[in-house]
Structures are given as C-alpha cells and as structure tokens.
Design a protein around this ligand. Structure first.
Ligand code: UD1
Ligand code: CA
Length: 466
C-alpha cells in the first residue's frame, strides 16, 4: 500500500466571516471546523498529518493539540505560513515535512463534512500516478474554482475571479480536495507563479502543470454536495449547520426516534436512543447523551453528557449538564419543568425532581422526591425521602465542601437548611424551616427554629397625625 500524507490548509483569515477568530475555529455542531476535518482524516492511517497555520496560529494549533489528546492520536505536525500568499504557497510550506514517495492528500480546513470514504477514493484514483481532484456540480457555483475539461481529462481549474463570463457558466467546481503523488507535487509547487487576479500562488494551478507534463488529471465527482460545502461566511456556516442537523435528525428518525420537528433539533455531539423515544421541539443535545426506551423529552431542554434510563420523562425547560462527571437519571424518573441537574447528579429509579430544583454531585435513592425550589449539593439521599420545598444543603463553608447524608424514608420540611457535614437519621422528620447543624437520630422529629409566640393586645404602629 502507498503511504499517505495529509496536508490541511488552515492559515487563511476568513475575511468574509468578519470575525476576530480564525475561520477554522468557528463551530459546526459544537466542534471547530478543523476538528471535523481532522476527524474525517483520522481513519485513513496516514503516515503524517501536517496542518498549515497562519492567522491565529497559536489558537488553531492549540485546538488541534486538544483534539489529538481527546482522540488519543499522535499530534499532527505544524508549519506556519507567514504571510499567507495563497493555497499553493500554503502547501509549499509543508514540503519539508513530506517524504519523496507516497501520495499527499490536500484538504481545505474550511470544508468540514467530507467523509473518510470520499478521501480514500481520491487516494485510490491517484494511485501514485495521477493527480486526482474532487469535483462537484453546484447549482450556484459562484466563488468556486471551475473545472475546465477536454472530455474526460481536466485541463485546468480557473478561479472565479479569473474566469471569463463563459467559464463562469460552468457548474462543475473544485471542492478543495486533491490527491497528488509526492514527487510530482514538489516539482509542480516549485513552478507556481502568482500571475492572477488575486496575486496569489494558487494550488489549483498545478492542474495546468500536470497537463504540460503529460500527467493524467482525473476528477472524482462527489455524490453528496453537503460533504464538500465550504464555510466562508456566517450565512454559509448557518446553512451547513442546519443541513447537518437535518441529516442527524433524519438518521435518528429512521431508527424510530420521534422528533416533533427536525428543523428545531440540534445534536452537538453524540445522541444514542432506544426504542419509542420522543423529543419535543427546540431541544439541544451536547457531548454524549444516551436515552433509554420510552424516554420523553419536553420542549426547550438542553441536555449534555447524561444517561437517561428507560421510561424517564424530562419536562420542558430543563437544563442538564454532566460535564465530565456525567448525570444519570434512573428508570421512570420525572424531571422538570425548569429543573437543573449538574455534574454528578445521580437520580435513582422513580425519583421526582420538580421545578426550580438544582442538584449537583448528589445521589438520590429510588422514589426520592424534591419537587419544588430546592438545592441538593454533595448529598446522599436515601430511598423514598421527601425533600421539602425551599430546602437547601449548605455544603460550602467558604473554603471546603462537605457532604450531607439523608437516610431512607426521611421527611425534610419546607425551607430547611442542612448545614454539612450532617446526617439525618433513617425515618426521621425535620420540622419546616429548621436549620440543622447536628446529626439527628433515626425516627425522631428534629426542630431547630425560634419558638412561636403570640402576643395578645399588640398594637400595630400608626401613622403620625399631620
Ligand atoms: C479554494 C480553491 C477553489 C475551490 C475552493 C473550494 C484555490 C486557489 N482555490 O478557493 O478552486 O473551489 O477552495 O472550497 O485553492 N489557506 C491557507 N493559506 C492561504 C490561503 C488559504 O492556508 O494563503 C487555506 C484557508 O485557510 C482555507 C483554504 O486554504 O482553509 C482555502 O482557502 P480559501 O481562501 O477559502 O480558498 P477559496 O477562495 O475558497
Ligand atoms: Ca473557501
């Protein structure tokens, strides 16, 4: 097998984004454009990956390094292109890192949705002999380089800005992906000039040089325009995002997931669903989310890094973010509306968590309930506990966090403060509005509040006469 080297061009400014960020760091489905490109390359078993950076180089390199750590793959090599004199100039910078043998696959860092199989077919078509280009037919080819052909043979790529009126009518364009034998690539790059409308060294000019040298130029046609769509402006980014989300929604619906409106559905990560899952409008899923059989998600929920077991229901406007610790929701649990579950929230089966309840780093046993306006942080809550409205765990003393243990069958009255570290013994009751600072024995009533007094004949203050 021929060795494959990969060059990803990511030095451009992305002027049309009108942003302070380098273009390839703008996000599609929650990940930077360059991360999408790297993901499609990682399966190719490339000998070497080189990323060309320039605008925002430290940020782009940082994002690529973070990607390689997260994926557990070796860090790509970097070359800096300063100043940026065009795509041909960009690849010239990578030449010292490319071997003499093998095939180089060149990718635009701003075309995020290309698939590994498409890239593999490009490499195969090059076969170490030919220059293989990925082309596509576009309904609106404005801005793209046009493929000029003589029958099967591609004779040149003409950039939009350099094209004649007649050439601009060609709807077959270059997508920004090519596979080139390394030896030929180096030879051609050395011969590029910048004699064109933009005064740039165009990578696409190597097509003309291949023709001069009698090397075959083959165009592979991308079957799927979405795979080769570039991002140059916010409106293109938004259009691509929507198309990508529609596609994810479609795939889930084909598995049987009932999505109320696929146009109002976003997955920024990985969503795995069981059977008979229902998702209402305007939900956003981030990171890794798993929904068991029969789970129902109400409208306007944001759910990140969570596992939700069979039959659980998440009512509207609930925010769940497990970050790295994760959130777990047990079978048949009811959560929300307006609940907030934070990292380490672990709800057992049949747990109820109601409106304006925040839970962090806490386990709730089977059937425990916290239905209204409450906070549980760093707590272990036993089965069947009822945690009253307005109650909180005071888990933070200003320096350290402490745990609260609420044993099985405890009833916490409304508006209580449990000052951690503290344990409420099994079967106990805490009277409403108590501030509990000491452990309570099992099966007792604990009350810690001012005694009620009623003062007879007390007079309310009166307004002074004018
Ligand atoms: C390029 C192609 C065009 C093709 C289109 C597909 C050239 C000359 N033109 O045009 O034929 O239809 O892609 O999307 O190649 N970059 C650098 N350094 C530079 C210039 C660009 O690294 O000096 C990078 C950019 O960051 C970007 C990629 O190369 O990732 C493409 O650059 P861009 O300016 O967007 O090229 P297009 O005008 O889109
Ligand atoms: Ca582009």
């Amino acid at each position: 097998m021929t060795s494959v080297d990969v060059v990803i061009m990511a030095a451009g400014k992305g002027t049309r984004m009108k942003s302070r960020w380098p273009k390839v760091l703008h996000r599609l489905a929650g990940r930077a454009l360059v991360e999408h490109v790297l993901d499609s390359v990682v399966g190719l078993q490339a000998r070497r990956i080189v990323v060309v950076t320039g605008n925002g180089a430290p940020e782009v390199e940082g994002a690529v390094m973070a990607w390689s750590r997260n994926r557990g793959v070796p860090a790509p090599g970097f070359v800096r292109q300063e100043p940026q004199l065009g795509t041909g100039h960009a690849v010239q910078q990578a030449v010292p890192l490319l071997a003499e043998d093998g095939i180089t696959l060149i990718l635009n860092g701003d075309v995020p949705l290309v698939e590994a199989s498409t890239l593999r077919s490009l490499v195969e078509r090059s076969g170490g002999r030919a220059l293989a280009l990925l082309g596509v037919r576009m309904t609106d080819p404005t801005g793209y380089g046009r493929l000029l052909r003589d029958g099967e043979q591609v004779t040149a790529i003409v950039e939009h800005k350099d094209a004649s009126e007649e050439q601009r009518r060609i709807d077959e364009v270059y997508t920004g992906f090519m596979a080139v034998p390394n030896g030929l690539l180096k030879r051609w790059l050395a011969r590029l000039t910048n004699d064109n409308a933009q005064g740039e060294y165009y990578l696409t000019d190597i097509v003309g040089l291949a023709v001069q040298d009698g090397v075959a130029v083959v165009a592979v046609t991308a079957a799927d325009p979405l795979q080769v769509e570039g991002v140059n402006s916010p409106s293109q980014l938004a259009a691509l995002e929507r198309a990508f989300q529609q596609r994810q929604a479609q795939a889930l619906m084909e598995q049987g997931v009932r999505i109320a409106d696929p146009a109002r559905f976003d997955v920024r990560g990985q969503l795995v669903c069981g059977q008979d899952v229902e998702i209402d409008v305007n939900c956003v899923f981030e990171g890794r989310v798993a929904l068991g059989d029969g789970v129902r998600i109400g409208a306007n929920c944001v759910i990140a890094n969570a596992t939700i077991a069979a039959g659980a229901q998440i009512h509207p406007f609930t925010h769940i973010d497990g970050e790295t610790a994760g959130v777990k929701i047990g079978e048949g649990a009811l959560v929300g509306p307006f609940a907030r579950l934070r990292p380490g929230a672990d709800l057992g089966p049949e747990v109820h968590v109601g409106n304006f309840v925040e839970i962090k780093n806490s386990t709730l046993g089977r059937g425990a309930k916290a239905n209204h306006l409450a906070y549980l942080g760093d707590a272990s809550v036993g089965a069947r506990v009822n945690y009253g409205a307005g109650s909180i765990t005071a888990n933070y003393d200003g320096a350290n966090k402490h745990r609260t243990v609420i044993e099985e069958d405890v009833h916490i009255g409304s508006n209580s403060v449990l000052v951690a570290p503290v344990t409420i013994g099994r079967g106990g009751t805490v009277g409403a509005s108590s501030t509990i600072t000491k452990d309570t024995p099992p099966d007792t009533l604990s009350v810690a509040r001012g005694k009620q007094v009623s003062i007879a004949n007390w007079q309310r203050p009166k307004k002074a006469a004018k």
